[in-house]
Design a protein around this ligand. Structure first.
Ligand code: GDP
Ligand code: IMO
Ligand code: MG
Length: 442
């Protein structure tokens, strides 16, 4: 540390929330840099469950700066609900600041997201329908409305009218929807603005000051590498860049302000929504993993698709993120499955072998994993707290991943609880800045 990015190395839901919460203990600032409330980050602490969609997973520590960066798209209604929910549970949210430059999800973005999916029919992306894509589209089209616009009624009304104008055609089916009335929308958003005003800030200087003072800053990613709009399985992706490089743009720092990049990956793979998935399981083993891993979306409740660990994709994710460490989660879920197939190459539609992630959409859609079988383990590992506590075959499984991908393992997670974590020597080196052990407390 001081600047460490925590990113998803698969298709999202890898356990970034848990890892960020764990690391936040050693950080002064936690900042979300992209995505919106399509994200769902779950933290389990002392038996209590916390779910965050927009608020950074550092908020449970008093006295930290928890920032929503300019790169995030913010649904103010959802954010206010999340703030209120935390206050009700006694959490101090004074450290929460939202970039004045972050873009707002508007009621028409939600309707356009739904309409877009309906129009695609059986080719739909399976979005979370939270308006993420249409909001980023407006940002790029320079028709976006930002947090700062909430503080000026005249500007807000003008901007909403200008943003709605080119959408008249596509919004026609919703013409009678009261949510689209210009007056009501302006009033609603002004009131959100009033309530959010104490949290609206110029966020980059908060990050710079922490970095300049040699404090630790966590850049918390949402989604995952394979959902990246540039590097993922386009068009079955989200509309932002979850990769670590985007933390610079979305937080307002330079590449030299990111010193470590930790990729979070499950010991298997899941995906929610449509799109290619070369190691997908359609049998009872896939079902078993879904049940054992509680693989149902935090945001939409949809069952997640499950599959074997895909090292072709993970090596690709390591490269595009510049990973310096791997945090492997949900190892406990694989207990009792023996052997454990792991994909190390793909076979394409014409029988061609791929040892790299294919860029061609038609190839990727039909690619299937080729597997090597790794020995499994049968002993319960949920209580493991040190590397040595893991059965030899589990250690070998992790070492195989690390060798193949070429990135050291920093953390291993064996259950949802905060204490169900193994910090490796490499992890300790980074967390402790090279100076001894940093205990991860329960
Ligand atoms: P995120 O979006 O990357 O933060 O991940 P999610 O929170 O959407 O999904 C991960 C889920 O797995 C959450 O319900 C976590 O509580 C849970 N979880 C995290 N790590 C582990 C683990 O090592 N084992 C098990 N069994 N569950 C875990
Ligand atoms: P976290 O941060 C898993 C998926 C959706 C869909 C695609 C596009 O919890 O890991 P969108 O609403 O973003 O336009 O949907 O992306 N998706 C996620 N999948 N975890 C997420 O976030 C996701 N956010 C979006 O299911 O396939
Ligand atoms: Mg999630």
């Amino acid at each position: 540390m001081p600047g460490i990015a925590i990113v998803g190395a698969q298709w999202g839901d890898e356990g970034k929330g848990k890892i960020t919460d764990l690391m936040a203990e050693h950080a002064d600032v936690v900042i979300r840099y992209q995505g919106g409330n399509n994200a769902g980050h779950t933290i389990v602490r002392e038996g209590e469950t916390w779910k965050f969609h927009l608020i950074p997973s550092g908020i449970l520590y008093p006295g930290k700066s928890c920032l929503i960066g300019n790169g995030v798209v913010v649904d103010p209604k959802v954010l206010l609900e999340e703030i209120e929910g935390l206050k009700r549970r006694g959490v101090d949210v004074r450290g929460l600041k939202i970039s004045a430059n972050a873009h707002l999800i508007m009621p028409y973005h939600l309707l356009l997201d739904q309409a877009g999916e309906t129009r695609l029919g059986d080719r739909q992306i399976g979005t979370t329908r939270r308006g993420i894509g249409p909001c980023y589209a407006d940002k790029s089209a320079r028709l976006g409305i930002r947090l700062q616009d909430l503080l000026d009624e005249k500007i807000l009304k003008q901007k909403i009218a200008a943003a709605m104008e080119p959408k008249r055609q596509s919004l026609r089916p919703f013409a009678k929807d009261p949510a689209l009335d210009l007056h009501t929308m302006t009033e609603d958003y002004l009131s959100y603005g009033q309530r959010l005003a104490p949290h609206i800030a110029d966020t980059p200087p908060i990050v710079w000051n922490a970095l300049d003072a040699d404090r630790n800053v966590l850049y918390e990613g949402a989604q995952g590498a394979l959902l990246d709009i540039d590097h993922g399985t386009y068009p079955f992706v989200t509309s932002s860049n979850p990769v670590a490089g985007a933390a610079c743009v979305g937080a307002g720092v330079g590449p030299r302000d990111i010193h470590e990049v930790w990729g979070v990956a499950k010991a298997y793979v899941t995906r929610v929504g449509a799109g290619p998935f070369p190691t997908e399981l359609f049998d009872e083993v896939g079902e078993r993993i879904r049940e054992a891993g509680h693989e149902f979306g935090t945001t939409t409740g949809r069952p997640r698709r499950t599959g074997w660990l895909d090292l072709v994709a993970l090596r690709y994710a390591a490269r595009i993120n510049g990973l310096t460490g791997l945090a492997i989660t949900k190892l406990d879920v694989l207990t009792g499955i023996d052997p454990l197939p792991v994909a190390t190459t793909y076979t394409g539609p014409e029988g061609a072998r791929f040892d790299h992630f294919p860029y061609n959409q038609s190839v990727l859609h039909k690619a299937e994993g080729d597997y090597v079988d790794r020995p499994g383990w049968h002993d319960d590992i949920a209580g493991a707290r040190r590397w040595e506590d893991l059965p030899q075959t589990a250690q070998d499984y992790l070492a195989f991943i690390s060798d193949f991908v070429g990135v050291p393992i920093v953390l291993v997670s064996v259950g949802p609880g905060r204490e169900q974590t193994i910090v490796t020597d490499e992890g300790r080196r980074v967390m402790g800045g090279g100076s001894g052990v940093v205990a991860v407390k329960a």
